[in-house]
Design a protein around this ligand. Structure first.
Ligand SMILES: Cc1cc2nc3c(=O)[nH]c(=O)nc-3n(C[C@H](O)[C@H](O)[C@H](O)COP(=O)(O)OP(=O)(O)OC[C@H]3O[C@@H](n4cnc5c(N)ncnc54)[C@H](O)[C@@H]3O)c2cc1C
Ligand code: SF4
Ligand code: SF4
Length: 352
């Protein structure tokens, strides 16, 4: 019996797999790690007094549905090694535990192998990376995830001691020619704002400062009143700091006060570096194996119509997007694929 192969078990691939299985298709989901969820599996809830719409909640249900679906076979720790065949009847060779598994009679393929975080890249290593007061946003996400099981009110996020001041530096690994990422990663303005809110909730006296180049408007600031944030001790400063140095037990941030036109410093106990979304290295291989095109940054887009080849791209493999946009894209791809199948069956189109 023919099947659909989905490569990558992040939220894009898992959403597409569940939608396709619900429509009665056999799906083989190939994930290179031993869990589903992708990059978001280590993130935590950012609710304080109320839900703050980070959209993480949207994910668990889909992962459970994929794990429980009799129509979905999941190959964990699988790496696609080769593709043979033709549109409508592909074979995939998958390397698993040193052996090769053949996935045969594959009528369509969804490629959803996502992105890598800036902190996963060698070039992303910050100065003072050995200092535990300098952390990546993804590490703060892990703190957020663990906060529920910690009882010391002074150290609810397990920093070791109560921080009095925190600085967020935005746009790391994005909006930079030097870092080969001129694009905006779209998600870091939102998560930094949410994480600052959580920190303020647990440490009301905390001074939080967010240094930003630009604010991504993607819905995050709908309910934000910046004057109120300022009064609450979350300050937005419009510039990228020039330098960070260690002075006594503080981290000293040097920046240009653009309104006053002079250099100033700000001391912090904790420095959070936002991190952007970068193309997965595997994209280069996929471009050759699946006949896709790399864009100027290394994300993928189809060279020919996906309906013609039966090979579709879903989620952040195509470029930065948040969870909601990724889920929508996973569903949209599944819908397009199902529509194509219907057309082929009804004879409306030549079978691919
Ligand atoms: C620090 C940080 C915080 C964020 N916070 C938020 C937030 O609060 N809200 C929000 O909406 N978004 C947030 N995002 C964005 C969110 O992470 C993405 O929207 C989402 O992860 C995209 O999902 P994806 O499935 O496209 O990719 P991924 O999550 O990257 O999933 C890709 C999957 O493919 C697998 N894979 C990779 N290569 C292969 C291969 N060769 N073979 C097989 N499988 C492979 C991976 O193991 C992974 O499971 C955040 C991002 C970062 C970096
Ligand atoms: S995980 Fe995100 S969406 Fe869910 S309750 Fe927490 S803040 Fe709200
Ligand atoms: S989302 Fe915000 S922090 Fe991230 S790259 Fe875009 S402007 Fe910079």
């Amino acid at each position: 019996m023919s099947r659909i192969a989905v490569i990558g078990g992040g939220i894009a691939g898992t959403t597409a797999a569940v939608e396709l299985a619900r429509a009665g298709n056999k799906v083989t989901l190939i994930e290179k790690t031993d869990t589903l969820g992708g990059n978001i599996k280590d993130y935590g809830c950012k609710a304080v007094d109320k839900c703050i719409k980070c959209n993480l909640c949207l994910v668990d249900e889909t992962i459970i549905a994929a794990q429980n679906s009799p129509e979905i076979e999941i190959i964990y720790q699988g790496l696609v090694n080769d593709l043979t065949g033709k549109p409508g009847d592909y074979n995939l060779s998958v390397e698993k535990d040193g052996d090769f598994v053949e996935v045969e009679n594959v009528e369509s393929i969804v490629l959803a192998t996502g992105f890598v975080k800036w902190s996963d890249l060698e070039t992303g290593t910050p100065e003072f990376s050995d200092d535990n007061r300098v952390i990546w946003a993804s590490q703060l996400e892990e703190f957020m995830r663990r906060r529920a099981d910690h009882s010391d009110p002074e150290d609810i996020l397990k920093f070791g001691s109560k921080p009095n001041s925190v600085v967020f530096i935005q746009c790391n690994g994005s909006r930079s020619i030097q870092e080969k990422a001129r694009y905006c990663s779209k998600i870091c303005c939102g998560y930094s704002y949410r994480m600052a809110r959580v920190l303020k909730h647990f440490y009301p006296d905390l001074e939080a400062t967010i240094f930003f180049i630009d604010l991504q408007e993607a819905g995050y600031f709908l309910d934000v009143n910046f004057a109120e944030l300022d009064q609450a001790g979350i300050n937005y400063v419009n510039c990228k700091p020039i330098d960070v140095s260690k002075v006594d037990d503080k981290l000293r941030v040097l920046y240009e006060n653009q309104q006053e036109g002079r250099m100033e410093t700000l001391d912090a106990d904790l420095l959070v570096l936002s991190e952007g979304l970068h193309p997965n290295d595997v994209n280069e291989r996929w471009s050759m194996l699946f006949n896709m095109q790399l864009d100027a940054y290394g994300f993928l887009y189809p060279l020919v119509d996906e309906e013609e080849t039966g090979i579709y791209l879903a989620g952040s493999i195509k470029g930065p997007r948040d969870i909601a946009a990724t889920i929508s894209d996973g569903k949209r791809v599944a819908y397009r694929l199902l529509k194509q199948k219907q057309l082929c069956k009804s004879g409306g189109l030549a079978d691919v």
